[in-house]
Design a protein around this ligand. Sequence first.
Ligand SMILES: Cc1cc2nc3c(=O)[nH]c(=O)nc-3n(C[C@H](O)[C@H](O)[C@H](O)COP(=O)(O)OP(=O)(O)OC[C@H]3O[C@@H](n4cnc5c(N)ncnc54)[C@H](O)[C@@H]3O)c2cc1C
Length: 427
Amino acid sequence: MSHQYDTIVCGGGPSGWVAAVASARSGCRTALIERFSFLGGAASGGYVVPISGCFHNSATRVVGGIAWEFISRMEALGAAKVEYPRGHVSFDPEYYKLVAQRMVLEAGVTLYTNATVTGCTVEDGNIARVQIFSKNGAEELSAATFIDCTGDGDLCHMAGVPMQADDDEVQPMSMCFLLEGVDLTTDLVRPYIHHNGVDAKRSANPVIHQYLADLAARGEDVPQFGGPWFNTVLHGSCVAVNITRGVGNAIRREELTAAEIKMREDAFRLVELLRKGFAEFAHCAIVSSAVTAGVRETRRIVGQHTLTWQEVLAGGAQDAVAFCSHPLDIHKNNDNQQKFAELPVPGGIPYGVMAIPGYPNLLAAGRCVSCDRSVLATLRVQATVMALGEAAGVASGMRRESGCALTDVDVNELRARLRDRGGIVEV
Ligand SMILES: Cc1cc2nc3c(=O)[nH]c(=O)nc-3n(C[C@H](O)[C@H](O)[C@H](O)COP(=O)(O)OP(=O)(O)OC[C@H]3O[C@@H](n4cnc5c(N)ncnc54)[C@H](O)[C@@H]3O)c2cc1C
């Protein structure tokens, strides 16, 4: 059966654009479908800075391949900076869009931006086509292999893939924004941002946290907040701010809308409180808010292997195609705290979290892979999902060569190919 493409990747966030590059570099005619006008998903459109998860224990780099190539290209442009020793990577979100776009086009990917995947057709157990909607109206695209990188597992959901049953309890959303005109030279903010020239602390600001908590305790109008985190975007006095919290599950339109409405109001109120409380914020202004709420957690598939927290604690899986290293980081819905735990060793992520029994031509990559909630809380960070995206893209190339079902990919061969490309598959 002839298809328009060998591989179609749905969703152009950190996992998706990397999957598309890996697929195209593996010789596949590849299309990448993205609902927004740019690549990067939560990273560039959600102002989620920095890229985390490249290093374990400030010493061992656990992510290489296309993710590290991207970071190096961004660094060469002065648009990214690796914070040693912890290895968080601050970046300029606008350059992120540009460099990701360049890498995708250089690899020969056909880009469908401003196009939303709205459905799929399953024939003989295979996904035959996806339906997309854009200003052209409705269109259909066919491929041999599909990779779901929509974050929310939209394509898998449309195809009837079973999902983990715990999506009633998800981490809160946060609508991040860019705040211009913050004085970053004093000890109020400077010690807690990455690349502060002082140390490499975690960046949640304890002084501002306490100020807001005290105001709330005195009965003042303080919206629900988390952190807060002020992250440099590498120019001037502008910081990406993560402070708002909105409870709800973003796969339910009503809950997403309600959370976004609330968080937009909350962002302005919280900035007003910062202006009043601290000279460093006296002249700041919100110059841009995320294109959509930052979503930490929604659907996760039930895949060939559901990775558990116990397995991650035990460390390197023999069949790892990527590693997570970020601490477990569960933001709470009912207060301004987080549940936080360092990983003793890097957690190996097996290929099976992306493959789906009964779905021979479909993979999921990114934050919708098959794992428990605790694992998601480390695995969801950007460097890790980029590594998973690369593994999915290379696997689609192997399927093109051998015709094998994606559930039957030779994982040793996949690991060897990832290693040859600079990927890290053992630590
Ligand atoms: C507030 C917040 C703070 C965070 N902090 C950090 C941090 O400090 N460091 C870190 O590394 N990570 C952090 N993360 C996590 C990280 O940003 C995400 O988990 C990561 O971006 C997930 O990547 P993804 O590719 O799976 O999904 P996404 O980034 O969500 O990308 C999915 C893409 O698919 C597109 N899409 C969705 N549905 C469709 C559809 N139906 N049709 C077409 N396109 C579609 C979207 O527009 C998007 O571009 C944070 C996340 C949040 C929300």
